[in-house]
Design a protein around this ligand. Structure first.
Ligand SMILES: [Zn+2]
Length: 254
């Protein structure tokens, strides 16, 4: 993680570089992302510098058959938008929940197919994990994810640059980590998130942890009481809403 310690900020803006096809041909068809993705944005983002009082809540490792719907109810009751970094093999297991996430206005991001530590993987194996997941999300929601979060945050600088060049997917890390996977209890999760969050924050949490989901009403209400608004990862990057974008499948040829 030493090379991840440098905090990367991006400003809102629209990149204009044309979509380039990967130089190394991949066997599987991929989904062409809009032209304004990638390009000028850095390959790694932990938070953004913004004058707007906005934060992005992100939930990793789902969908979970029991907890994710509970969380969706909490978000819906407050009219909040979040981003879910889902695992591909769970998408195919619980497609209805993934459909519901998208239908209720949340964004879905790519969190790999089987949640391995990718840092020792070959580029081909990394792209396989990511393409398979992109395809599963596309099959279920009609949209591919436009950002990637590596399992454990474990992804080398070179891999992040490779993914950005090959698939136009920036790697989204975080600026607030409540360490909720250690199950510190709902109160600790809420307190840590509230203590660490400021405008432009990207907040990490996991919707497969019951303590995390229990912590969310207090967390949401506490952040809102401080005047912070909830936006998706695309929105905090200054991109259009994920739900409003059009995508097409393309076959890459060598
Ligand atoms: Zn994870």
């Amino acid at each position: 993680m030493t090379d991840l310690t440098r905090r990367c900020f991006v400003s809102a803006g629209t990149a204009t570089l044309a979509l380039g096809l990967p130089q190394a041909a991949q066997a599987a068809p991929v989904i062409a992302l809009p032209k304004d993705l990638g390009g000028h944005e850095p390959s790694t983002i932990m938070a953004v510098r913004t004058p707007s009082p906005v934060v992005s809540m992100t939930f990793d490792d789902g969908p979970h058959p029991r907890l994710t719907p509970i969380l969706l109810d909490m978000l819906k009751a407050r009219g909040l938008r979040a981003t879910f970094y889902v695992i591909g093999n769970r998408v195919v297991q619980w497609p209805d929940i993934v459909r519901r996430i998208a239908a209720e206005g949340h964004e879905i991001g790519n969190h790999s197919w089987s949640h391995p530590d990718l840092s020792g993987y070959s580029d081909a194996a990394v792209l396989s994990q990511i393409d398979r997941t992109t395809d599963a999300i596309y099959q279920v929601t009609g949209r591919p994810p436009v950002t990637f979060r590596p399992p454990y945050g474990s992804f080398t600088r070179r891999q992040r640059d490779m993914l950005h060049v090959q698939r136009k997917l920036p790697t989204i890390l975080w600026s607030v980590d409540p360490q909720d996977w250690r199950r510190p209890g709902a109160q600790a999760v809420a307190s840590r998130i509230l203590a660490g969050s400021r405008a432009g924050a990207i907040i990490l949490s996991h919707d497969i942890q019951s303590g995390t989901v229990q912590a969310m009403p207090q967390t949401f209400d506490g952040l809102r009481a401080r005047g912070l608004r909830f936006v998706s990862v695309s929105q905090i990057l200054g991109w259009p809403l994920w739900q409003s974008r059009r995508f097409k499948r393309v076959a890459l040829s060598g």
